[in-house]
Design a protein around this ligand. Sequence first.
Ligand SMILES: C[S@@+](CC[C@H](N)C(=O)[O-])C[C@H]1O[C@@H](n2cnc3c(N)ncnc32)[C@H](O)[C@@H]1O
Length: 338
Amino acid sequence: MRLALVPRERAAGTVSELLERDMVVRSAKISKRDGEVLVPINPAGEEHAGRLGLEVVEGEVHGRKDESPQRTVARLLSLPDDVMRLLPMRWEFVGDVAILRLDERLRPYEAAIGEAYAKALGVSSVCVDRGGVSGELRRPRIDLIHGESSESVRLENGILYKLDVRELMFASGNVDERARMGSLDCQGETVVDMFAGIGYFSIPVAKHAGAERVYACEKNPVSFRYMEGNLALNGVGEAVSPVLGDNRDLPLAGIADRVIMGYVGGTRDYLWKGFDLLAPEGTMHFHDTYKTREMPRALERDVSLAAGGREHEVVSLREVKSYAPSVSHYVADIRVYG
Ligand SMILES: C[S@@+](CC[C@H](N)C(=O)[O-])C[C@H]1O[C@@H](n2cnc3c(N)ncnc32)[C@H](O)[C@@H]1O
């Protein structure tokens, strides 16, 4: 359960505001500890808590009166037993939208299932992820089965990411990497984010890591439009210059203290451009997928080929997540010295 930590002196006003806005999970108990009141909140409450500057944590609700979402769903739905057994036990949230994967056999019951999960999870909309992506812009195959809209705002590490889950993918598996980008020290740096998406890395680097100037390049107009909105939403419109287009056409060279290449599926083909963008000395965060048994040799070979004789070192290599059997998504931090 997500809990907003409200300092006691602010509790009276803030808790009633959250209640009035229907952002409190009413079936769970509000509790107190030390100088704080712990308020169980729904995704809309989490977003609002961010705006109020409140810390939000994952926590147990003591003396909790509510039942698990699975039990609530079971109570709300009266479907045949063999159908009930197929109901999903897991889901993902993007702000106020829950995303489920449903067995094909549940298709005839989707409207009722959507309504039950919306109630049980305290969200406005429920979507079904049909799996895979379609078209050149890699639109996710996601349908809305309950609610008015699939557009939502996700709060993550103090950053608000607005997107429409039917238009764009949100890679929840990359959460640690987004946090890591925000924890860097980029004071005074010029950063180029070659695959900016909706601002996944550009925003933490500008907002938390203190980069002076971020060029955020994105070629998908839908992502670009959301990025522009997200820059304003997070107050980094001044520091981040969004650029619509293919990063290989960026009319920049030798200017970046840091280049972020946050994309997988052939990013190695863009390494030459990353090196081109880097100042004589700088750092590159290079993502791509590799066969696990070929690491780190395969990555080092690709980097050396693109470096064209420039002195460099892979200073860290991390597995972000498993991608396919025997293939993982990796990120390498590469220091370039000349
Ligand atoms: C979706 S983001 C990757 C996910 C992100 N790193 C995260 O933390 O969730 C990658 C973006 O790169 C964009 N892209 C792909 N090729 C590009 C190119 N050549 N130039 C600019 N943007 C590109 C895609 O449109 C996509 O929005």
